[in-house]
Design a protein around this ligand. Sequence first.
Ligand code: UT7
Length: 322
Amino acid sequence: MVYSRISGTGSYLPANRVSNAELAERVDTSDQWIRERTGITQRHIAADGETTLDLAEQAARRAIEAAGLTPQDIGLIVLATTTPNQVFPSTACMLQARLQNFGGPAFDVQAVCAGFIYALSVADKFVRDGSTQHALVIGAETFTRILDWNDRTTCVLFGDGAGAVVLSASETPGIYSTHLHADGREVQNLQVPFGVSQGYEQVQAGKAFVSMNGKEVFKFAVSALAKVVSETLAHNNIEADEIDYLIPHQANLRIISSTAKKLGMSMERVVVTVDRHANTSAASIPLALDEAVRDGRIQPGHLCLLEGIGGGFAWGSALVRM
Ligand code: UT7
């Protein structure tokens, strides 16, 4: 039996850090409101000309190095993003060119904040069916490019960054299971309502921004994440106390705490980066994972539960032995 296992992690954050206080100089908000409602204290924002591809490349190279591999060892690239460099080709193909690694499949996955879980699930299947020995899975975003900086209900919540893992074929798991869901009835609650095929004039006018019904997203997220973590535990026939670390999507500390509470996990066993990274959409889970691997909290053999939800709504989880 072939499984896939995370053999390396990497991440990258743009150098430019913006505190809540700095944001409050530009928009009608306050450090106190942002901290109390979300747990966010600062976010990283890509410099002019710094792209999703640039962030993805840095994170990818670090993950490949951590796995003890070279880019030429990678047989598949799956890149989750909502903010690709171009309409086409995929940012994954552009990354393949940067890595000088040609011939294997490379494609983007679009599931917004659940993108990394979706991409991980897809790559896991390729590794397990023997299509490739080593797959590169990335979540990368320049999400701040689709924010309306005059809309305080959204612009304070997001940041830019990238995280990556290498999945390698292994005789032992690895990824035990992934669980993906979507409910397209919720499209209007979290979206950029314009794009190439709809309202392109708004794109041209520079008005294609995130719109969100925060309260509805919050309610749905708490309930959907509680269900998907229960589903994951039941599927694997394990109890919550067997999980060493919860690595949640980083949107709001209150949503994260609610999932931890549902699992009966203390916050010491939850990896939290939302305070410093804000919501980096598809990048948030691999950024958090890499941070906890590099600071020594997550060790080989630890059992980790990854989960996330975002626009669509699309959500999912993965149970992973490191
Ligand atoms: O990855 C998934 C993506 N998104 C999420 O997970 C977001 C989920 N939702 C949330 O995290 C929360 O709903 C928010 C943090 C977005 C908002 O928190 P809330 O407790 O639901 O606040 P609210 O939207 O009910 O707004 C409360 C008040 C309103 O004022 P009034 O009507 O009570 O006078 C807002 O106008 O706070 C006001 N407000 C702000 N005030 C200062 C909204 N945004 C801000 C702001 N600064 N940035």
